[in-house]
Design a protein around this ligand. Structure first.
Ligand code: TRP
Length: 330
């Protein structure tokens, strides 16, 4: 049987996971597990590029691991692991730092945004972050990386670094393809529907649906979401609130937007929001139940974390070994 291609993606455990994280990423990951060898990384090394409270980092890391499983990812078919458990990431990141240019990293728009929030002392880790991301991807000879649009620039840089390295040392890295799922999966804030729903946006709790929110709280947040006042359920850039709710509804039900518009024609916003809340809640309810069960089974989760790390390490170390040899390490 031909070896399947590797698909790699990662998420930072830097806050409570949101409905946006779920719909934009790991809801659909389960469907890829037959076609690819899927590897999912919980990127805690990335998370410390901004200051984290250690006890919270530990909690979020473990919770994200359990959530992946709770949402239906099978850790016997996919590799799910915690980045810092595999030291090859840090090692390859250092080496690749020596093949990446200041100019390239200075152009990263995410660095420009994030560094502005850091005041005078900007950690160099925040600057080098895309190099670590390149290491993540290249260690596994990844063919495809599914990410949101905000990660495109980082992925392009990963490819440039890989091509540069290969040009010097021969075919060491597979050049990864970027896969950006359709725009419908980009979920915006409920209070500010022109900005992405983000787990690091902790200023306004009502703006964000957390996957582990109480179900009643979720219904209320949707009910209170900001919309316009013309009471028509139409998908339009001029109606960002309604557009976002339609996106959420369709991402969960797999309906076409046009169909949803038809189904809701004549509905008022109140009834529409209720319908959206209902599908969101019914989607999240079983995930929360699984999550609680998985997290309560300490032995299971510890073993799953260890197994994931071992499997990942085995692949990562092969690439790292080749790289070390090529650059001249003894
Ligand atoms: N930087 C990504 C984010 O913040 C997370 C991530 C880390 C990632 N390593 C990765 C995504 C490798 C894809 C591939 O969303």
């Amino acid at each position: 049987m031909a070896e399947k291609n590797v698909l790699f993606s990662g998420m930072q455990p830097s806050g409570k996971p949101t409905l946006g994280n779920y719909l934009g990423a790991f809801k659909n990951w389960g469907t890829l597990q037959e076609e690819y060898n899927c590897i999912y990384c919980i990127a805690d090394l990335h998370a410390i590029t901004v200051r984290q409270e250690p006890s919270m980092l530990r909690k979020y890391t473990k919770e994200l691991f359990a959530l992946y499983l709770a949402a239906g990812l099978d850790n016997t078919k996919n590799i799910i692991y915690i980045q810092s458990n595999v030291s090859a990431h840090s090692e390859l990141a250092w080496i690749l730092n020596c093949y990446t240019y200041m100019g390239e990293l200075s152009r990263m728009t995410q660095f420009k945004d994030k560094s502005q929030k850091q005041g005078k002392n900007i950690p160099t880790g925040l600057f080098n972050y895309p190099v670590l991301q390149a290491a993540d991807i290249l260690l596994y000879q990844t063919a495809v990386v599914p990410v949101g649009e905000d990660q495109r620039q980082h992925l392009e840089l990963s490819r440039d670094i890989a091509i540069r390295f290969n040009n010097i040392y021969g075919d060491i890295f597979k050049i990864p393809e970027i896969y950006i799922p359709k725009a419908g999966a980009k979920i915006m804030g409920l209070q500010n529907p022109t900005k992405k729903m983000s787990k690091s946006d902790t200023d306004n709790e009502n703006n964000v649906i957390y996957l582990l929110d109480d179900l009643k709280v979720i219904a209320n947040k949707i009910k209170r979401s900001v919309t316009d006042s013309d009471n028509q359920i139409i998908y339009s850039d001029e109606k960002p609130g309604i557009k976002n709710l339609l996106n959420i509804y369709c991402a969960i039900t797999n309906k076409e937007i046009k169909q949803a518009e038809k189904d809701f024609s004549g509905f008022g916003y109140g009834a529409f929001k209720e319908a959206v809340a209902e599908v969101v809640i019914e989607e999240i309810r079983p995930i929360q139940e699984n999550f609680k069960r998985i997290l309560a089974d300490k032995e299971f989760i510890e073993k799953a974390i260890k197994d994931g790390a071992q499997k990942a390490e085995c692949i990562a170390n092969k690439t790292l070994k080749k790289v070390k040899k090529k650059v001249g390490f003894i």
